[in-house]
Design a protein around this ligand. Sequence first.
Ligand code: TRP
Length: 339
Amino acid sequence: MQEAPRKVSLTGIKPTGEPHLGNLVGAIRPALELAERYDAMYFIADYHALTTIRDPDLLRHYSRSVAATWIAAGLDTDRVTMYRQSEVPETFELAWALSCVSAKGLMNRAHAYKAARDKNAEAGKADLDSGINMGLYNYPVLMAADILLMDADVVPVGKDQAQHVEYAADIAGSFNHLFGRGYKLKIPELVLPEAQAGKTLPGLDGRKMSKSYANTIPLFVKESQLKKLVRRIATDSTPVEAPKDPDASHAFQIFEQFATEAEAAAVRKRLEAGGMGWGELKDRLFEVLNELLTPLRARYDELMEPDSELDALLAAGAERARARARVVLSNVRTAVGID
Ligand code: TRP
């Protein structure tokens, strides 16, 4: 019997910061696992990042950095289609067509837009739209275009992006209602990574590791810097001899994600018995992280060279993505009467 063709999964990654350990655990690793089950497509959402980034060199840097990180972490560009959103210009044509069938009221209710207005309200601004650009307002339409253009079956995203995927399904529904006699867009399915729920990595201060809390351990800092950062992870003043609760320790929670199961179990026992101090735990954590990250860092540095193979790999991914995109866009154009 022939195997059923695999479903296509698609996720965009907004290049707005230096990749850190939290990204590796919360996004990159689960995405690499998903690529075993789906025909996976991952793209760098650089035009989405333009809604906030105003420094061209920084946008350029982050875009390459995200791609280099994912490849260094094990993404196989032969099996997974990875590309830059901006290298698939069909996206922006579809975005316009979709905006013509999207309710404005839907955009008014989008979380990110509402949050920006709330912030203005709190700041006592008379104009609640102050400082809000059309890119932020149209963000969900562009995201719908990313998804619908690739005829994606499933969209795995974190909870914060769920509304956007629902919007994409909604917008596809509107298009199909109006133009479905000519062509129907595939309604994408939202996939929340349930296994990852509650498995967020704590940062240096114990809150969720996140760029916005400035508590991250970046993936590709120098060894000496990595050591310093690990030393800074918040711990209490329980003395070395005292028994400790590993599950209440941020350092241990991080350790557990990166050590082998056997080593994590052994360290857990020693902490619970007393006699192992936080300093020793952090030394061990540094070693484990450094061992894991050293080869990744080498590959990352290589890819980040200006004339590395990175840009060609992304261009090849974009060509594959465009082959899919052209089919959908051409159907959409015919369906609406533009050919
Ligand atoms: N908005 C997503 C984020 O901020 C990134 C993104 C852009 C995306 N287009 C997408 C995710 C399409 C999934 C599908 O994380």
